[in-house]
Design a protein around this ligand. Sequence first.
Ligand SMILES: [Zn+2]
Length: 341
Amino acid sequence: MQPREIFLAKLTRKTAPRVGIGSATSVVTSDLMDEVGVSFPRAHLHAEDMARLAAAGHTVLGFDNVMPLFSVWHESAALGCPVDWGGRSQWPDGKSIYSSLHDDIRVPANLLLQPACAVPLQALPLLQRMMGGQAAVVGKVFGPWTLGYHLFGVEDFLMATLLDPDAVKRAMRNLIEVTVAFANAQVDCGADAITLGDHCTRDLCSPETYRDFLLEIHQELQQRIRCPLILHICGNTADRLPYIRETKLACFHFDSKVPAGEARRLAGETLALMGGTSNLTVVRNGTPESIERDMAEKLRAGIDIVGPECAVPLDAPCANLRTLVSAARRLAGGSSHGSAT
Ligand SMILES: [Zn+2]
């Protein structure tokens, strides 16, 4: 089985010869940009450079999948948010554009032709060609909750969930169409699976808010997007994992704030689990020994695809990511040799 087939099998909890090794979010670091010779911000804005940098997730680091949408701002930029695309050591950042939840959201008729959407859509087929079926190609979209934060500002959006829940639900109904259109366009351009980022983190969203505002939306996305979805939510999600199970999404990419064994228990038999390895203590500051211990713990817990919990910090050493991949392969009984060597 090729790494691509292993990744896609594990994503839906099917049998594979070893654990999957990958990530739903960015694995790019500043030193990886130097190695590839492609840096932010260019990698967000030029399809060929985006594909080249993403390909390194497999060809340099050895992961079973690649993922070219490094930033969280693509759809929001296409919807009109001004975005500073950052640099070698800086993530992109953007600004909200609406002052009230009652403002009509203007979705451009040619949304997918806006550069911020068009570039990843051009990068995906390039990346499929570069991978030649060796590694899975994962796309990424944001759900209407995160898009609401971006368009209206986090504070105003969250206040409105308390003061004017109907306005929030109306806005989310409009924004779900953006998520569906961008996701299915990525599938048409060659994405094998899609990361669905929606930042309903515990400190900003209670489990009841997840149930009342997000559960149905995520169920609908699962039905309307034509490939397996990987839901990504940062932070401690233990209190909403029982609801996430009900969405019937293929996989949940979880944060190390939920211990791996507890995540496995809460996810049940059908929801696959990815990630759970701390970016701070393991990926950024880990030693070969602590990285190996962490991988052994994830394998014991029955995590389906091991790897970083969220976007890797840009100042992490990419050598640690190589160590993580080879430790996971060795412990899982597969060869430590692969495309990374
Ligand atoms: Zn995250």
